[in-house]
Structures are given as C-alpha cells and as structure tokens.
Write a protein that binds this ligand. Sequence first.
Ligand code: ZN
Length: 342
Amino acid sequence: MGQTHKRLEFVVLLVALLLGMAQSASAANDVNAESDEFSYHQVNDGETLGTIAMHYQVGIDQLLEWNDLESVHIEPETTLVVKSSEEVRGSSEPLPVIHVIRRGDTFEGIARRYGVTIRQVQRWNRRLNPRRLQLGQQVRLHIPGADGKSVSYGRANGGRLYNGVAMQTTPGMRVRNVARSYGTRRVVQLLQAAGADVQARWPDAPDLIVGSLSVRNGGRLRPHRSHQSGRDVDLTYYHRGNVALPDFRNMSVETFDAVKNWHMYKVLIDSGQVEYMFVDYRLQKPLYEYALSIGYTPEELEPLLQYPRGRNVSAGIIRHSRGHLNHVHIRFTCGPQDRNCH
Ligand SMILES: [Zn+2]
C-alpha cells in the first residue's frame, strides 16, 4: 500500500514537472505576452530573412508569422518585427526537482533515469547516505531543461535531448519525418535560416530534404550511432539545374550544385556553430574549385575543406566520411545551454 502511494507521489511530481515545462515553453512562444519585447529591424541590401533569423536567433516560421509574410522574399528597407529569442537570454541553472525514494532505488539508477551523473547526485544530496536510502526520502536533482530551454546533453553518440524542438517544413527545407526531426531550438533555427537564405537568393532553388536529426528525447536512433543529442542532421545536397530530389540520391561532380551547396555550408560555418560536416571527398573537389573561382585563396580554404589533402587527412570542417555521397551530415557545436556536452 505504501509502495503504491509513493509511486503515485512520484508520478504526480513528474506530471507537475512536465506541465511546468510545457507552460514555460508556450510562454516563450507567446509573441503578444509583452509588447515591450518587440524589436524591429530595417532590411539592408544583401540581407535575407535567413540571415536576419540567424542574427536575432529566431525561427524562420516565427519571422513569417510575426510579419504576416507568405514567402521569404522581402524588399530591401522593409521593417520587420524581430523579437529576440528567449533562448539567448542568460542561461540559468536548471530548476531543482525532487525525486522520492522508492524500493530498489540507487543513486546510480536515479542518475541514469534523469540523465545526470552519480557524482552530481551526490553533490546535490550530501546529507543522504547512498548505501542507506530509505523509502520516502527526498533526492534533490537539477535536471537539464527543467526551465523549459532545449538542452543537448552528453555525447552525440550516447547523449540525450531535453525540450527538443521538432523541425517543421519551412521555406527551403522539407522535413520527411517529424518524429525524427527533433533538435535543440538553436540547431533547428539555424537550419531553417540557412534553407531560407538559399531560397531567398535563388527563388528557384528546390527544398532540401531533411533526414534525421534526433528523436524527441534523444537517445538511440537506428541505424545511426550519433544523432542522439539533437546536434546532428542529415540533409540532401542541392542538385544542379534546381532539380528537386524525391529522396536521398547519390551525387556526382556533374550533378552536384557547388554554388548553392557552398553558399549554405559557408553560411552555417560562419555562424560559428558547426563542428564538422561530412561530405564525400569526390564532392569536395567541386566545392573547392568553385570557392577558388570566387576569390578564396587556398590558405583561406585550409581550415574549411579537407580537399585537396586526401580523404584520410583529418583536417577541415568539411571532411570525408563513408556513406556521404547522397547526403551531408552536419554536427553542430555545443551551445551555451547544453550540459556535459562534448
Ligand atoms: Zn548522419
């Protein structure tokens, strides 16, 4: 009887926590909450909805909605509403959560369940003796994401995702399976912005197909090893002649659109938030040659591209990995909200 009661208590706590999370998330999306939080931006030459979204760290879908726009094409000198994202305002320590000890609980099991380390559980609960836990005792935990912010936790090969945002189809990006399209808000917004930027500059550019990011709470996503913490994405390549691909298709030097692919990768890399990109070595050649043709020097390209140093040389943000002839895999850096991230 006591056991059932404790279990119920735990469930109630968890539900309260989840409700709190949902509430703070919807508060963050509520544009009308406070009018003094609006800010405006006058569009300059050379800017697109994509670069503006990136600059203010907001979503393309948000910009479209706030400004009642139907496409990403905007005239210069238009004034746009650009509310700065909740996400970028100071990272706060995750809120404490209480776990009530049930039969069979150990610090190890609790740590695993909440995605924190045993050492952390010990540090937050110095008064408790891990070898003498008693039913009903309260364990204090600081769960990442309890404040409603998205958090990439741990390694991309074995981490988790808290408060992930499902990437939706936006101009320039077509999401194939929303259930596998969860990333941190920062990652999702960056991708949307990059897709919109290409579409704004080349109105005939097809949408890219978004393959996997992560599942809702992160963790294993077959057949991938990574894609576990909301910082990885698979994307199709732009095909020459603005051919819209129905699915992932192997590219060749002849079909690969070096102009648009280079532009998108450069925009993402310039955001400072890309750790690396896997692109088949054969496709790096047209990227390299195109970049030279528009004025980059080999020295400038050295940190960006592995080519022409050979596919086995570990160098360059854009580098070879097997299986990337039909899609690019992008790994984003750890963001300021992320925890234990590496
Ligand atoms: Zn991948």
